[in-house]
Design a protein around this ligand. Structure first.
Ligand SMILES: Cc1cc2nc3c(=O)[nH]c(=O)nc-3n(C[C@H](O)[C@H](O)[C@H](O)COP(=O)(O)O)c2cc1C
Length: 431
């Protein structure tokens, strides 16, 4: 079936974009202005996105227990704050991540296909990283090329490139070569994605990249006019790092065929030997034993993650395994943490319990889907201001201080009959 993109209708619609785009985005802009926290941004994203894309962004494996667990686990940690610390706001949130000095201890985790959520795509996230002087991460399944990212970020800006456990070493070598040539200093191997997680919302929504023109998807497209205008008036997006000439839909099967469950520690060692010019992170660690093995294999950074609950459901909340992993690798190995961050207090807790840096996934994608570049900037602002306040009230003026005193300040709450799960609220209720 010929699609509007096959007929090049986007070239015609593009001419009307300066007029139509601002009009169809009026409700989204209004909602974004009113968003005060990450939960609000999630609702903004849901309102603007095609249902199928929101499902892909927001969902997890099986019953989505790990997604909820990731978030709820922070609520079980209490902040035993110090008073009268004599601090003056704004605090110094700067630290060192992947060997680079950054202004904030959190950053946007690598995520696939950003243009699916908003045509600003990865560029919006790179812009927010630039404005906040934080690490930028590019997924191998990005819809923006390394060259386009290099137009936004200086060669010195800390950049990470993420790879999957793929079958074909030539493709891995090729993609690493592109990253290196584009000035990316750090490599991360994602190891919790050797099978595709069972995302049942995607099955129900008949998720495809790009959307099909079935009746179901056309009805959903009509309900999301701002997203649909973006989609129809722009060229089709592709996985920019793999093969520019192949559209994303036919590449989906290629990506699936490349996932390699047999990928072993030996393969990981080979990959570490291929990346010689900067830090090497292993992303998706949840056991102390694996963290130690990864260091022996040649990785320099341990990234505690369960892929935001999108892979193996009922795996533990990352914040619950972080302290044991920090203990196993000792104080001098860099540890990154992600999973379930919704608040500045969550970031403070992760740093206090052993993280050198904290990555966010869904929070900035909600911002991107809600309103492109201004939406991602809003995510960073919300979390930076919340973290500043959390550290001030906790009585810690610097990230170093938070790391040093953290275990004394953050304590696990005794179980109480008054505890309930999902104690997170937005104006629309519990999330
Ligand atoms: C829509 C989406 C796409 C993702 N794509 C990737 C990816 O391409 N590579 C990767 O290593 N992790 C990917 N992740 C996982 C994130 O990097 C990160 O580990 C996770 O989102 C953190 O949890 P949070 O979403 O609760 O913050 C993705 C996550 C989401 C939500």
């Amino acid at each position: 079936m010929l699609t509007p993109h096959d007929l090049k209708i986007h070239k015609l619609l593009r001419l009307f974009s300066p007029l139509v785009r601002p009009i169809v985005n009026i409700p989204a802009r209004r909602r974004l202005r009113k968003a005060v926290n990450i939960a609000d941004l999630r609702l903004c994203a849901e309102s603007r996105l095609h249902k199928m894309c929101f499902g892909y962004l927001d969902s997890g494996g099986d019953d989505e227990i790990t997604i909820r667990r990731n978030k709820d686990a922070y609520t079980q940690l209490e902040m035993h704050f110090k008073v009268l610390s004599g601090l003056s706001p704004p605090l110094d949130l700067s630290t060192t991540i992947f060997g680079s000095k950054v202004d904030i201890p959190f950053f946007a985790s690598p995520t696939a296909g950003n243009k699916m959520f908003h045509m600003d795509g990865e560029s919006a996230v790179a812009t927010a990283s630039k404005v906040n002087n934080s690490v930028y991460c590019l997924s191998s399944l990005a819809t923006t090329s390394v060259d386009d990212i290099a137009k936004i970020l200086t060669p010195e800006h800390p950049k990470l490139f993420q790879v999957y456990v793929w079958k074909d070493r030539d493709i891995l070598r090729d993609i690493l070569g592109k990253a290196k040539a584009g000035g990316i200093q750090t490599m991360a191997l994602t190891v919790d994605f050797s099978w595709y997680g069972n995302r049942e919302r995607d099955i129900r929504n008949n998720f495809t990249i790009p959307p099909s023109y079935s009746l179901q998807q056309c009805i959903e497209a009509i309900k999301a006019p701002a997203w649909t205008w973006d989609f129809l008036s722009n060229p089709p997006y592709n996985y920019a790092l793999l093969d520019k000439d192949v559209p994303a839909d036919s590449l989906a099967s290629f990506v699936n065929s490349q996932l390699y469950p047999q990928f072993s520690w030996e393969d990981a060692k080979w990959l570490c030997e291929e990346w010689t010019h900067g830090p090497k992170a292993i992303k998706g660690i949840c056991r102390p034993e694996d963290a130690v093995k990864a260091l022996e294999c040649g990785f320099t950074t341990i990234w505690v993650s369960n892929h935001g609950g999108r892979q193996l459901d009922t795996s533990p909340a990352t914040i619950d395994v972080l302290p044991a992993i920090r203990k196993a690798v000792g104080p001098n190995v860099e540890v990154i943490h992600d999973g379930g961050i919704q608040r500045g207090t969550d970031i403070a807790k992760a740093i206090a319990l052993g993280a050198d840096g904290v990555a966010i996934g869904k929070p900035y994608l909600y911002g991107l889907a809600a309103g492109g570049t201004p939406g991602v900037l809003r995510t960073f602002d919300i979390l930076r201001i919340e973290l500043d306040r959390a550290m001030g009230l906790l009585g810690c003026g610097t990230i170093e201080e938070l790391k040093k005193e953290g275990p004394e300040l953050i304590k696990r709450r005794e179980m109480s009959l008054r505890d309930c799960q999902g104690a997170r609220y937005s104006k629309a209720g519990m999330i």
